[in-house]
Design a protein around this ligand. Structure first.
Ligand code: DGL
Length: 272
């Protein structure tokens, strides 16, 4: 194994939501080490301007690169939608992978009617990265976007089901999924939304295919590492977690997203 292959994969998100992407990455690449950074001090990114998010993303990427990584996965949809080109230039030759194209590819592959709904943060919707990516992959697709900012707050609070959550989900999604020309595919374009998949499923109905970018991003990362000859072939990888604020909160809420317990003592507090 070369020196570069032995380095960890850097994963960055505005907070704990990206742990859903980390989980998929670990399943796809069990021999790799991961360095995860959640910018919890500045979450949410989804309500901030593109310029601010791009600046935060650059600082997070530089902090990970300074520790030595062989690849950067931007697990945050909002950051991916505004910052990938600049990050790729800044980190070159370290490859940078975002979640927008893999998520769009999953939706393009899933749709039969060509009608796709994308739900995301305000920033991701405003930037239009998903419709652009879908236009390239599925030129005839009809894409409807809907910002669902309250979903982030609900998931952060650990409210992933129940009457209040269902009322909020209904308020956002019922208008999108009513009528004869309703989408047949729903793309969860935000790290936090997979946590609400049960109430989302009840509101949109069984006939809608729900996709997110976690698994396709993991597959894209594995393919990129294989192409560059940077994959680790053996051993069991380890994960190190870093947060810019509140290791205790990161551990508590992050355990829900990662599907396994995280101890606050394992979360390093860092300053960007
Ligand atoms: N990580 C963000 C995203 O995927 C959601 C949380 C936030 O707004 O920072 O868009």
């Amino acid at each position: 194994m070369t020196g570069i292959s032995a380095l960890p994969i850097g994963v960055f998100d505005s907070g704990v939501g990206g742990l859903t992407v980390l989980r998929a990455l670990r399943a796809a690449l069990p021999s790799e080490d991961f360095l995860y950074l959640g910018d919890t001090a500045r979450l949410p990114y989804g309500t901030k301007s593109a310029a601010t998010v791009a600046r935060y993303a650059m600082q997070a990427a530089e902090a990970l690169a300074a520790r030595g990584i062989k690849c950067l996965v931007v697990a945050c949809n909002t950051a991916s939608s505004v910052a990938i080109p600049a990050l790729a230039v800044r980190l070159a030759p370290i490859p940078v992978i975002g979640v927008i194209e893999p998520g769009a590819a999953a939706a393009a592959q899933a749709t039969r009617s060509g009608r796709i709904a994308v739900i995301a943060t305000e920033g991701t919707v405003r930037g239009g990265a998903y419709p652009r990516s879908l236009a390239a992959l599925a030129p005839h697709a009809v894409v409807t976007q809907k910002a669902c900012p309250l979903f982030v707050a609900l998931a952060e609070e650990g409210w992933t089901d129940g009457p209040i959550v269902e009322a909020v989900v209904r308020r956002y999604l019922e208008p999108v999924f009513s009528g004869d020309a309703a989408p047949d595919t729903l793309l969860l374009g935000c790290t936090h939304f997979p946590a609400l998949v049960a109430p989302i499923r009840r509101i949109v109905g069984q006939g809608v295919t729900i996709v997110d970018s976690a698994e396709t991003t993991a597959a894209a990362t594995a393919a990129q590492l294989a192409r560059l000859g940077l994959q680790r072939a053996a051993g069991i990888g380890a994960v190190r977690m870093m947060a810019t604020d509140g290791p205790e909160r990161f551990a508590r809420v992050g355990s829900v997203f990662s599907g396994e317990p995280i101890a606050a003592s394992e979360v390093e507090l860092v300053d960007l």
